[in-house]
Design a protein around this ligand. Structure first.
Ligand code: HT9
Ligand code: FE2
Length: 376
């Protein structure tokens, strides 16, 4: 067995996330950061701004990342990795990625592992983070600072530390349903809708079918969770993968059905209850709090359909342990060892380096930490 407890060559971990507003004055500038050059209709932005104002202009995402940081530091300390500092930087709001990298360079970090708070393949969840990294590295170089080399950890959608806490969440949500509807409940696995064109280029359609790797990975996780729930409860709850949080112009096709339409359709079909399982998200941030807990839950109430929304992994200690395992696994691989990779489901472990041209952007930009990224 190779030693998978040695973090070398890494001297730090960077938690790379989306960022969110922390007060009413942050909302508009935050949305401007998110949507710069993305062609989202003004009406949609106004509407999304309202979602944030409904919660006092505060997204829970930053607080959730602070909790995850704490969980990671605790886990590292308990497993002999006290010497491995954890930093945090966001794409769209403070603390910004470029500042985190500047701090890491100033602290003498030379080679870092990056964990993005996005578990699946896709432009938004993977390449866009790699573009953000490339841009931040270029900024540092322009300032005359030699940045650390960055390696992005593999997609962890099928890591047991990501999946198992969600299984517990579904079992708990089912238990909260009234006994009269529990056994007949359906599971609605939800994720962020993206344009079908973006899904098809998230990983080869020839290998994964329509929807590319993005849809295939979600279906794989959904199947694993549904099966694990069946083992625990003895009931095979019917399930479907559905979508939420669609934006973009109406004439552009995005992944469907939407969760609200799905609830309506299930209700009409006589399904007595639904558990919404947000497998596409790492924490209970605004997409979960508004689109599921507010909008879809109101829709269900209007229909008279009992629903529950199960928990995301958040700062679950099993997820923190998974991050440590991902880092140590990659570290060993970078040291040239043959490594054991923890995975569930049928797809196997995702690549360490994104293949050339994977999940392309509309306008090509430099992206760090891929097979097509020079480490200079
Ligand atoms: C795949 C995916 C994830 C999951 C992977 C990951 O986590 O990265 C994700 C996460 C998130 N999305 C978030 C927020 C927003 N996403 C937007 C817009 C968009 N998301 C997209 C995709 C994704 N998004 C896409 C294709 C668009 C259209 C514009 C574009 O092509 O880029 C917009 C603009 C308004 C709107 O149109 O909704 C907002 C405000 C927040 C923060 C929540 C909080 O504040 O708590 C989080 C974690
Ligand atoms: Fe990718």
């Amino acid at each position: 067995m190779p030693d998978q407890r040695d973090p070398a060559p890494y001297d730090a971990l960077l938690l790379l996330s989306f960022g969110g507003p922390e007060g009413p004055d942050d909302v508009v500038p935050f949305l401007e950061n998110v949507t710069r050059g993305r062609g989202i209709p003004k009406e949609r932005l106004k509407e999304v701004g309202q979602h944030y104002f409904l919660f006092g202009g505060v997204s829970p995402i930053n607080e959730q990342n602070r909790s995850l940081l704490e969980a990671l530091r605790k886990d590292f300390a308990e497993h002999g990795l006290d010497g491995l500092p954890v930093y945090w930087g966001n794409r769209n709001w403070a603390p910004y990625l470029v500042d985190a990298l500047r701090e890491m360079a100033a602290d003498g970090r030379r080679r870092i592992a990056v964990l993005a708070t996005s578990a699946y393949a896709s432009y938004s969840g993977c390449r866009q983070y790699r573009e953000n990294l490339a841009e931040a590295l270029a900024t540092l170089r322009a300032e005359g600072i030699e940045p650390p080399r960055v390696d992005k950890l593999r997609h962890y959608f099928n890591h047991p530390g990501f999946v198992r806490p969600m299984v517990d969440g579904v079992v708990k949500s089912l238990a909260e349903l009234d006994e009269s509807v529990r056994a007949g409940a359906h599971l609605a696995f939800t994720t962020h809708s993206i344009p079908t064109a973006a899904a098809d280029t998230s990983g080869p359609v020839e290998a994964h079918g329509d929807g590319g790797a993005y849809v295939a990975e979600h279906l794989d996780v959904a199947r694993v969770i549904a099966e694990a729930v069946r083992e625990e409860t003895g009931v095979a709850h019917p399930w479907q993968l559905v979508y939420q949080s669609r934006s973009g112009a109406p004439h552009i096709p995005w992944l469907e059905p939407d969760i609200c339409d799905h609830l309506e359709e299930r209700h009409a079909a006589g399904v007595p209850a639904v558990v919404m399982v947000p497998i596409g998200f790492v924490s209970d941030h605004m997409e979960v709090l508004y689109d599921l807990d507010t909008e879809a839950t109101a829709k269900a109430a209007e229909l008279g359909l009992p629903v529950r929304r199960s928990a995301t992994v958040g700062a679950d200690p099993r997820f923190a342990a998974a991050v440590r395992e991902l880092l140590l696994e990659r570290a060993a691989a970078e040291r040239g060892l043959v490594v054991e990779r923890c995975v569930l489901g049928a797809l196997g472990a995702s690549h360490d380096l994104c293949p050339v041209g994977c999940c392309p952007a509309r306008a090509p930009k430099p992206a760090a930490a891929g097979a097509d990224s020079p480490y200079t």
